[in-house]
Design a protein. Structure first.
Lengths: 217, 228
């Protein structure tokens, strides 16, 4: 199948479209940080970073890098006017306590009921690292996953049941991918939106799932 | 007159002992008390348990402690970093034990220790490998995992400024684990970039009240952490 696929920036742009004014948002390390580049300037959206920032701004100019002001991926960032700092207890109170409206994370696998696997490949020689992923999975009001629907080897990452070690159970509500947007949850996976040029049959073939078109929940 | 300020790094870490559990502030290099860590290396204490978010990168800080072979166990959330080669090598060689803890549970367990709680029920990690074998409970229809406090003999913390009573303020995102670790350890030792007179810190803006601090020492370098 040789169909049009969104690149990572286009997926990030699509995620950004669904983040409303006033939302408190945590963007996971890696791909999801790209979403920040596409948040419209006319919306007040509050980016939270687990290491103690609310109102996180874009990367600084080369001359204004301050290594005491970094994001969760340990890259230099800035603080918007009105932003603030706090310690880790407060930061994870925000994240675990239901105060973050949306978090966006990457994933190795997501199951049709919303289980998330994104912290460990399970390979015996891999050094495990979890960071704040499990806290966000249980604590954010909505968990969005941003990923290519297939691995480079062509395996589908939207699955009936995750085979990788789990990050959280039934926590993901939506998947933004290179071929379309899916909802997942107690009623299974549904197609919310297809990238132009794709048909429902294409997505059924990729996923091996009996997908139906669904409406936003 | 109470003056918690000591004049040398050596005095700051004089009570350290083999087998100590030590909390170390910092998220990556931001907020990591590199000079105090160097003082631990110079002190010679070994067989240490380190509680920190990361497990060091590059050649300084926790990475240098691992390289020096002083660490028996690391309790952290994210040991894998761009330049965590000293951790990676020691871990793969079976020279140190790793207890991997979700970052929010790490914070909650440190806070539980500091606030005198016997344990906490947390939803984080339920149903995952990191909760295997742990007690769980259904509370109002949601599942929680029982997690115990993490206590420490010492906390090594980096702050921006402090006074002789031990009141502290921090700098930007270098605050991270400092305030909660300061509350959790039996003895908290702080490296500051500036010692200020009593009254110079706005009482409304003090982040760590002096009751949580045992000793302060002026860092010889006010430099911010270098790029990783």
């Amino acid at each position: 199948m040789n169909m049009q696929r969104l690149d990572r920036n286009a997926i990030a742009r699509r995620v950004a479209r669904d983040i409303p004014e006033g939302a408190y948002v945590n963007l996971g390390i890696g791909l999801p940080t790209l979403v920040a580049n596409y948040l419209p300037a006319d919306r007040d959206i509050f980016l939270q970073s687990e290491n103690g920032l609310l109102g996180m701004g874009p990367a600084p100019d080369e001359g204004n890098i301050d290594w005491d002001l970094i994001n969760a991926g340990k890259q230099p960032v800035t603080l918007l006017t009105g932003g603030c700092y706090f310690h880790h207890g407060d930061s994870f109170t925000m994240m675990r306590g239901g105060h973050i409206d949306i978090c966006v994370m990457g994933a190795f696998q997501v199951s049709v009921n919303g289980d998330l696997a994104n912290w460990h490949t399970g390979a015996p020689d891999a050094i495990p690292a979890v960071g704040g992923a499990m806290d966000l999975a249980v604590g954010a009001r909505q968990v969005f996953v941003m990923m290519d629907l297939q691995t480079k080897a062509g395996e589908c990452k939207l699955v009936r049941a995750c085979t990788y070690p789990l990050t959280g159970l039934a926590c993901v509500s939506r998947i933004y991918s290179d071929v379309g947007v899916f909802s997942v949850g107690p009623d299974g996976a549904r197609v919310i939106e297809m990238v132009e040029g794709h048909s429902l049959d294409d997505l059924r073939a990729i996923t091996g799932l009996e997908l139906e078109i669904g409406s936003e929940r | 007159m109470i003056d918690k300020v000591v004049s040398t790094m050596e005095q700051a870490v004089a009570e350290l002992h083999d087998g100590a559990a030590i909390m170390i502030s910092g998220f990556g290099d931001a907020g990591s008390p590199h000079e105090l860590i160097q003082a631990v290396i110079d002190h010679g204490a070994t067989d240490l348990t380190i509680i920190s978010n990361n497990a060091g990168s590059g050649e300084t800080g926790i990475a240098a402690l691992i390289k020096a072979g002083r660490i028996r166990k690391v309790i952290c959330s994210f040991p894998r970093m761009a330049a965590s080669h000293h951790f990676d090598a020691a871990y793969r060689a079976g020279k140190l034990e790793l207890e991997l803890v979700p970052q929010g549970n790490l914070a909650a367990r440190i806070q539980a220790a500091g606030s005198g709680l016997g344990a906490v029920f947390t939803p984080t990690g339920y149903g995952t490998q990191l909760a295997e074998g742990k007690e769980t409970r259904d509370i109002d229809g949601r599942m929680y995992v029982l997690e115990y406090p993490i206590h420490a003999d010492f906390a090594l913390v980096k702050a921006r400024a402090g006074d002789r009573w031990g009141n502290l303020v921090y700098r930007k995102a270098a605050r991270n684990f400092g305030p909660i670790m300061a509350m959790a350890a039996k003895s908290t030792i702080v490296q500051v970039s500036e010692v200020v007179p009593l009254g110079a810190l706005d009482p409304e803006a003090v982040v760590t009240p002096g009751v949580f601090v045992k000793k302060l020492v002026l860092a010889s370098s006010n430099a911010q952490p270098a790029a990783a």
